[in-house]
Design a protein around this ligand. Structure first.
Ligand SMILES: [Cu+2]
Length: 158
């Protein structure tokens, strides 16, 4: 969880900076009176396809405080990922919200050393930096029935 911790530290720092933007001592080049919240809208495609889950373990909406973070909500259900392709740029910070819908699944991207258990009805989060370019499969890592092997999606890092 080292990466996760450092991301949260960075986010905390960003929050502090934003919180201070109302004061005369704002340190960035934005006018202190105009924090322009519309600039920090998240860019994840089609988040509406995902039902809100009250049990999210994520307290800080990463994309809301750092627009360099690419945020995606992905659901795993028998037997598919939705969405099943996500595209980022090399070097992007990626924040994934992973929701297990109908039973326990697992989200794994071998080349990135990611393997997260997704107990049914929960949302797990993963933060990583997309520092390797290419196309990587994400697969279910928890045996979940006859379609388990077909739960394959793609992370495209351009
Ligand atoms: Cu599975």
């Amino acid at each position: 969880m080292k990466k996760s911790s450092s991301v949260f530290l960075a986010l905390s720092a960003a929050l502090l900076v934003m919180g201070g933007a109302g004061c005369a001592s704002a340190t960035d080049d934005q006018p202190a009176v105009a924090p322009a919240p519309q600039q920090i809208e998240k860019q994840a495609p089609a988040p509406a396809a995902v039902a809100p889950v009250a049990t999210s373990t994520e307290a800080v909406p990463a994309a809301a405080v750092d627009k360099t973070v690419k945020e995606f909500s992905i659901t795993g259900k028998n037997w598919e990922w939705d969405p099943n392709t996500i595209t980022v740029k090399k070097g992007d910070k990626v924040h994934l919200k992973l929701t297990g819908m109908d039973e326990t699944h697992g989200f794994a991207i071998r080349e990135y050393g990611i393997n997260v258990n997704m107990p049914e009805g929960t949302t797990q989060t993963v933060d990583f930096v997309a520092d390797k370019a290419g196309t990587f499969e994400f697969r279910c890592s928890v045996p979940c029935g006859s379609g388990h092997r077909e739960m394959v999606g793609k992370l495209i890092v351009q």
